[in-house]
Design a protein around this ligand. Structure first.
Ligand code: GUN
Length: 298
């Protein structure tokens, strides 16, 4: 039986409506709206598109935002000096440095220079460490959004075997931490395997998965023979492949062969319209939480 679709657009719209209502509540109390500052370094085409969708979402929910476009020749010192100014600016609740950065910059060093209390991406070592230790902090938006999808569709993770393909700092690693945590009231409590490019026999792991999260950045990495009947599949891949029939000259595809795998899965996320909108919705939620000082009280 073909899989049921996990509709990220629908769930993201619900979260954005909640954020919008909360922002309206702040304004009604005479407070300023939350403010997100985005730093875009250089002109990476996909980054520009991601930033546009984040800025648009801010406007939809009543969060103000500014995008600072900085030259791709900027030195690490100058970038960090600008971040230090934003750290000290009480009018700025969230600081987002769009990745990837040009090669001469060290991403973790730049991220670490952001005040962790304004790190609405949830990438700062303080926030990742606090996730690992089950302490309050900003959670990385993509895995937090996937947790929201499981909650919405009441897909249990407890005692399941979750396999995460991809061990990146921003998706795979925090996702595995969230899934394996013992203390979460609904999600978590899964037995978790992380696979990565050095994994010898990927299929040996993916075929055993009750829940398969794929964030490897490789089109068609996961095909039907690699999964078992009834698996829940979350495709984080967002790959541009050439498509001369489309106006843009490319189309977006995930890491999973949707046609084949959806014949075996019980649930599956589409690309686009699955995880992508959730990432943006969770960024809105984190920015609101920062403005409300709900994660790090003064
Ligand atoms: N590049 C790809 N995804 C993300 C994200 O969620 N946040 C930032 N800052 N950069 C990204």
């Amino acid at each position: 039986m073909p899989a049921q679709l996990i509709d990220g657009l629908l769930v993201a719209a619900g979260i954005k409506r909640e954020v919008q209502a909360d922002v309206a509540g702040l304004l009604a109390r005479g407070l300023r709206p939350p403010h997100l500052r985005v730093l875009l370094i250089g002109s990476h085409p996909a980054s520009k598109a991601y930033v546009t969708s984040k800025v648009r979402a801010c406007a939809e929910v009543g969060i103000t935002s500014d995008t600072e476009i900085l030259p791709d020749t900027i030195s690490e010192k100058s970038l960090k000096a600008r971040i230090a100014e934003l750290n000290a600016d009480d009018e700025v609740d969230g600081i987002l440095v769009q990745l990837p950065l040009p090669d001469h910059l060290t991403p973790m060093s730049v991220i670490e220079s952001i005040d962790h209390r304004k790190d609405v991406d949830g990438f700062h070592p303080m926030n990742v460490g606090r996730l690992a230790l089950n302490m309050p902090g900003f959670r990385s938006c993509t895995p937090a959004g996937i947790q929201e999808l499981f909650k919405h569709y009441m897909i249990p993770t407890k005692a399941k075997h979750a396999v995460v393909v991809g061990a990146s700092n921003i998706v795979g690693t925090p996702m595995a931490l969230m899934l394996s945590r013992e203390h979460d009231s609904y999600n978590g409590k899964a037995t978790t395997t992380i696979c990565h490019k050095y994994t010898k026999d990927l299929t040996a792991h993916t075929i055993a998965a009750d829940i398969l999260i794929v964030a490897a950045g490789q089109p068609n990495l996961i095909t039907a023979p690699m999964v078992k009947e009834g698996v829940v599949v979350v495709d984080v891949g967002m790959n541009r492949v050439a498509d001369h029939t489309s106006e843009k000259g490319y189309k977006l595809v995930g890491d999973v062969d949707f046609e084949g795998v959806s014949q075996k899965a019980s649930w599956i996320t589409p690309v686009p319209g699955g995880v992508g909108p959730m990432t943006v919705a969770m960024l809105m939620k984190n920015t609101l939480l920062s403005a409300k000082k709900a994660v790090y009280p003064d």
